[in-house]
Design a protein around this ligand. Structure first.
Ligand SMILES: [Ca+2]
Length: 384
């Protein structure tokens, strides 16, 4: 390990040790809330910053409180959506409460990734609500995952999506109520939709659009927009909670590439019932919606994507690339890049991108994939 890297690890260890010391000192506090501490800024190209809040390790109750009105809401949502398109094992809204331990501290983005930040890392994207301080929206799980991979390489740290447990733990910030704001939430506290379950909008409902970073107060751990605005991708595949998986749970997508991923916190379009700390949404990983965005985590633990997961994602990338539809050239290049990243997970020692091209041509219709790659290469060449 180079000395500079050793020093970085040491620095990280000191920060984590400091964070834990603060946590211990505050553990006896009245509300379990922590002040902002151990904050970190990542500086991107053009001086654009990503602010992160330090999150201490700890134990919490994940899910809806048994016997509470919240559990009744969760059960009703489950009943309504039992036969919906996104229903998984008939239980889209499983929120059965379990005790979960987060054993390691981590940093979490204070805000969802903004459009300016996304642009600085990934280049242009077809955002739905447009504005540099607005959260990046119209983001698929795969877009969010690829952002983390790219930023990891740029800054030399493990950047990844939060696990579902990390997300809820950080959202709650020591609270046990349906929202980190308490038993209820108002339009002064978050961006969501007031209305009734049958779709009628309340007169006080805000315009249905995302709001800029920092428009509402943060939770006790310095995190903004956990409830509402954009719903946020987590690393995990959606699954009914495993009551025995209680330390740093992370659900691997063990079925196929269409198996839904979890998005948390609800969005500007959702009713208050669906933006609760425990609320879960299940969305296929290649689906991008006007409501979907993400926030990052920086930690000592790398992304836990495994070979099966990478292989199924790679198959999907190839299928999309060879579907023969009219895809803009920059988007096609992006898909090839995504495919390449999954390929590297499966074949970390493959010597060159030529090997990747050969692999693709054997796995997919050779004529069309080579055509795609050729076009992509032409488009990426500087103009004369
Ligand atoms: Ca949110």
């Amino acid at each position: 390990m180079p000395i500079s890297q050793k020093i970085n690890y040491l620095r990280l260890a000191i920060v984590f040790a400091f964070a834990m010391a603060i946590h211990s000192a505050r553990a006896a506090g009245a509300n379990g809330g922590l002040p902002e501490y151990g904050a970190m800024s990542l500086i991107l190209q053009g001086g654009i910053q990503i602010e992160l809040a330090g999150i201490p390790p700890g134990t919490f109750l994940m899910g809806a409180r048994p016997g509470s009105g919240e559990e009744a809401i969760a059960s009703e949502l489950e009943r309504i959506h039992r036969h919906s398109a996104f229903s998984v094992n008939g239980q889209r809204y499983d929120e059965t409460q379990r005790r979960v331990e987060i054993t390691r501290p981590f940093y979490m983005g204070a805000h969802p990734i903004t459009q300016a930040q996304y642009l600085a890392v990934m280049g242009p994207h077809d955002f739905h609500n447009q504005g540099s301080d607005l959260p990046a929206d119209n983001i698929s799980w795969i877009d969010a995952w690829a952002f983390c991979q790219k930023l990891s390489k740029l800054i030399g740290k493990n950047v990844r999506l939060p696990t579902e447990a990390e997300w809820e733990y950080a959202c709650r910030a020591g609270t046990t109520t349906p929202y980190h704001t308490g038993d209820g939430i108002t339009l002064e506290q978050a961006n969501f939709r007031m209305g009734t379950p049958d779709g009628a909008m309340a007169a006080a409902s805000p315009p249905l659009a995302t709001t800029p970073a920092g428009s509402f107060p943060p939770n006790a751990w310095g995190l903004y927009d956990m409830h509402g605005n954009v719903e946020e991708w987590c690393a995990d595949a959606y699954m009914v909670y495993d009551m025995d998986d209680t330390a740093n749970p992370r659900v691997i997508g063990e079925y196929d590439h269409l198996y839904p991923r979890v998005a948390r916190g609800g969005s500007f379009k959702y009713l208050p019932e669906i933006i609760r700390s425990a609320s879960r949404a299940a969305i296929p990983p290649f689906t991008a919606l006007e409501t979907t965005g993400f926030r990052i985590v920086v930690s000592e633990q790398p992304d836990a994507i495994d070979a099966d997961e990478a292989a199924s994602m790679l198959r999907m990338c190839v299928r999309i690339l060879t579907a023969g539809n009219e895809m803009p050239i920059d988007r096609r290049i992006q898909w090839i890049d995504y495919a390449y990243q999954f390929f590297r997970i499966l074949h970390p020692n493959a010597p060159t991108t030529k090997y990747f091209t050969m692999w693709l041509s054997q796995k997919a219709d050779p004529a069309s994939i080579i055509d795609h790659l050729f076009n992509a290469r032409m488009a990426s060449m500087p103009a004369h």
